[in-house]
Design a protein around this ligand. Sequence first.
Ligand code: GLO
Ligand code: MG
Length: 343
Amino acid sequence: MSQFKFSVGPWNVHEGADAFGPDVRGSIPFEEKIKKFKEIGMDAVQFHDDDAVPEMNSMTEKQIKEAAADVKSLLNKYGLAAEFVAPRLWMDPHTMDGGFTSNSKEDREFAIWRALRSADIARQLGCDKIVLWLAREGTLCQESKDPVEGNKRLIDGINAILNYDKSMKVLIEPKPNEPIDRSFIPTIGHVIGLSYRTADPNRVGGLIESAHAILAGLDPANEMGYALAAGKLWGVHLNDQNGMKFDQDKSFGAENLRQAFNQVLVLKKHGFGNNGEYVGLDVKVMRTQKLEVSYRHIENSLSVFRMLEKKADTFDWAFQKKCVAERDYEALEHYTIKHLLNM
Ligand code: GLO
Ligand code: MG
């Protein structure tokens, strides 16, 4: 029996636009997506604030809460939980130069307003996690922002959430670049360091996305291990990535099966999920895929995860120990490859 529960976000099923071309598929209504997520085997849905409450900028705080309560009823109807709410601090014109670290005071205040509304929405959805993907918290022009000031402003933003709702945890999802050129918080090490400078370090942790670690030139399993060792791995975004280029969000394991295996291994071995954490997917369907089969990447990611879980269960630890004792890592490496290939 798997120890894991799974989640995915509505943005993972999309119309296929990329930086160089427009939509290529029709839109699928929100309710249809969540119905399908349940059928595929998901346990929870990941939300941006405006996935739950579109047009929230023009609504009162009361209206936002009421709209979020309706979404909760919809989730109940399909037997799904909400995993987290992430303020979308990168789409709005107010966040052009960043959210918490924008050079504009008015825009920083907007970012905090949105973050606090995310906490309100999370409460209505029955979840206690706010994810901060710090999309534009950094620079396009390095001389435009002071990095020390940027760090302080990030802490101010996080503290605003922590002080506003004492039941919320803040999970920072680091990424080294894109859409920004240079991020202030590029890795999980930065996240964990920053967490100890906030008002309540016990409520600040991390969410690691495989592709973001690879984009930083790092190994996702080791990044996860680092956060697990600190007791701060509260979410993951599994996917895959072919080298250091734009963020691809490929299906989990589609590029590097051994690297994917090692992520499953570290999560399984160290009890990820025992405190209710979800194995989140953040995968994007290929632009070429037809509408009728535009959930394939989610199904495939789940299928690969489950196959790799079996591989983790049947991994021969006695042989591993023997190889380690003999310092014969060539033998261990070859065994791992054969194991993954069923040979
Ligand atoms: C993009 C991020 C993004 C976040 C999501 C939740 O690179 O991975 O998909 O995970 O917006 O905050
Ligand atoms: Mg992500």
